[in-house]
Design a protein around this ligand. Structure first.
Ligand SMILES: [Mg+2]
Length: 407
């Protein structure tokens, strides 16, 4: 703090909220000819905390007396602190740290805040983004390199069984982005190839291979071709039956509906099959889609795939291609996936999110989200549940309330 800085008064008013508190306080200040430098107000349950920073009037003790009388009348407490200067400017290295808990426990908050303090960073502000079905809290942090902070907090998040996302606080947050989603076990529940295999009578064989492929233990293309060969002879109408049985991930429609209102673009990039993914894309209004085409001759699957396979590298290529087509910088893309074949796509994206992912994916991605609600990803983008519900209400839609799940 500089000796030459002008004197300032910090006024903190707390107590039960009632109509007209803020107006009454500022009417009192008006009579003393001060200048307002900063105001912060929060409401927790029905308790108000109002902080005001003003220039010091000639007779600051008279102002303090007046404020004390006002607080007394309102049944509130006031603290008037004479000091110097404005708020300290926040140091470089600013991040948004989002914490998702289900439930959010004090020990997890203590651990996350402790690791932030260990890096020498400061928590400047905390606010709630959602209360249901997950508790989401956003911390504004300054004074730490976001990449370093991300590594530190990812370790702690795993220990505490909460999800933590660290993103640099930049203008990106306010712009339109491209969201690229994997399909099987991300946008939809389960794996389409296993549902087809159930119809073909080879479920056990296919499930074993899918599991190894998604954990990164097998080459994706080779394993996909081997599994599709097992489907040879299956009637193509099985694809319709599978489509009718599909269940989207909870929150999928809310995510797409809300972000499309903001002009976001969406892509699905899948190691699954166009015969299913193109219909999902059309249903949800997804702008871009890439997947593998099952070969069908005379109404039956041949066990072959038409053209090139969308593999791990192909998924990242598709992300780049769609970003270029949408006119979105790669840094402004968000990729969401769960399997080992999503790894390149997740690292190509500006924000790569491992969604209820296999361990190998969680370890490699920027961010892991392990709550089962796809719309929770909006809290990472700085959009609150309250804003989502308000936007739905304007359109006459009731935001779905997914059933609570325990993790
Ligand atoms: Mg998947």
């Amino acid at each position: 703090m500089d000796e030459d800085d002008p004197k300032t008064l910090l006024i903190t008013l707390t107590g039960k909220d009632r109509p007209g508190v803020t107006s009454t306080v500022f009417s009192t200040l008006a009579a003393f000819g001060v200048e307002v430098l900063d105001i912060e107000q929060i409401l927790l349950r029905r308790r108000l905390v109002l902080g005001v920073l003003v220039t010091v009037p000639r007779d600051w003790k008279a102002l303090r007396g007046a404020l004390e009388r006002v607080a007394d009348d309102l049944g509130m407490q006031v603290d008037v602190d004479r000091g110097t200067g404005d708020n300290r400017s926040r140091p470089e290295g600013r991040s948004h740290v989002t914490v998702l808990g289900m439930p959010l426990k004090p020990a997890a908050v203590a651990a996350i805040a402790g690791r932030i303090a260990d890096t020498g960073a400061n928590i400047d502000r905390i606010e709630r983004m959602a209360r249901y079905p997950v508790t989401a809290i956003e911390l504004h942090v300054s004074g730490a390199d976001p990449d370093r902070l991300r590594v530190t907090l990812a370790e702690e998040a795993a220990r505490q069984s909460v999800d933590v996302a660290v993103q640099p606080a930049t203008l990106l947050r306010h712009g339109m982005r491209l969201v690229v989603m994997d399909v099987d076990s991300t946008l939809i529940q389960g794996e389409v190839i296993e549902m087809l295999a159930a119809h073909a009578g080879c479920l056990d064989e296919v499930t074993a291979v899918t599991d190894q492929a998604m954990h990164g233990d097998l080459d994706f293309e080779e394993s996909l071709r081997a599994r599709v060969r097992l489907l040879a002879g299956l009637d193509a109408s099985a694809l319709d039956l599978v489509y009718d049985d599909l269940e989207l991930a909870p929150g999928a429609r809310t995510l797409v509906r809300t972000l499309k209102r903001l002009g976001y673009r969406f892509a699905i990039v899948s190691g699954g099959f166009t015969q299913v993914t193109d219909r999902i894309a059309a249903d949800l209004g997804i702008d871009f889609a890439a997947a593998n085409e099952l070969e069908i001759v005379d109404g039956r699957l041949t066990g072959g795939i038409v053209g090139r396979v969308v593999d791990r590298a192909g998924k990242a290529e598709a992300l780049r291609r769609f970003a270029a087509e949408a006119g979105v910088a790669e840094g402004a893309t968000v990729a969401i996936g769960d399997g080992a074949n999503d790894l390149d796509m997740l690292s190509a994206a500006g924000l790569g999110i491992a969604f209820n992912a296999k361990p190998v994916v969680q370890r490699a991605a920027d961010t892991a989200v392990n709550v089962p609600y796809l719309d929770s990803i909006m809290y990472l983008l700085g959009i609150s549940r309250e804003e989502v519900e308000a936007a739905d209400a304007l359109d006459g839609v009731t935001t779905p309330e997914p059933p609570l799940a325990r993790r």
